[in-house]
Design a protein around this ligand. Sequence first.
Ligand SMILES: N[C@@H](CCC(=O)N[C@@H](CS)C(=O)NCC(=O)O)C(=O)O
Length: 236
Amino acid sequence: MKLYQTYTSPFPTRVRLVLYAKGIEVEIVEPPGFHSSAEEKGDYLLINPIGRVPALVLDDGRALPESEVICEYLEDAFPEPSLRPADAWGRARARLLARLCDIYLVMAMVPLFGASAVSRKQWDLARIDTALAQVETALGYLEPWIGDDGYAVGNALSHADGAIVPQLVLAYEWAPGLFDRPSPLGKHPRLATYWSVVQGNPIVARVLRETRAAISGEQIRARAASRADGRGQPED
Ligand SMILES: N[C@@H](CCC(=O)N[C@@H](CS)C(=O)NCC(=O)O)C(=O)O
């Protein structure tokens, strides 16, 4: 199998967490045209006409987009070790946490992803602050549901951790760093405790290491690209 993905994006990270937890080997492919790249997406659009990452391509050539669907496929195709909580209520909580994340947190982050792609001069600060406030609100939606044993649900890694962890690193670290605003860490104490404990899990630590390294590499590349095409530096 091949996973078309980038290391900066939270959606493929959700899939890599599942692959690592289950010990599934896949070929990792970084398609052209993502993030600060000026290239066209080209033939990648034949694999995923939506033009987003991730996409999983099976050995027989069938391709599957959408991180949640890919994770569910991997769970069904490779059931052991299971990343679904054992009981119906645990599974419902895992799905709820992932859904709250996908709908409210990701949607709140979208204007911030947009702002990160242009120079500081073009930033609409009011829009950024509104988005950051919405991020905080969305984190509050997770707060009552998050587990208190260091995992999103119960006492083992599940698909809910895969959905949440890649978004929390952006909400707690990337966005406050880029926009020079205080981190919302600490506004929601149960989530903050979860965040500090879950990072001790080796699979989580691995995806976070990859994400942090990719984000700092991407920031360096974006600066170089904007200097080269005369747009000025992103920090201008
Ligand atoms: N709902 C999709 C979202 C995927 C998505 O939006 N990926 C972003 C990466 S952050 C993307 O590929 N955006 C298009 C682009 O960067 O050109 C999923 O869960 O897989």
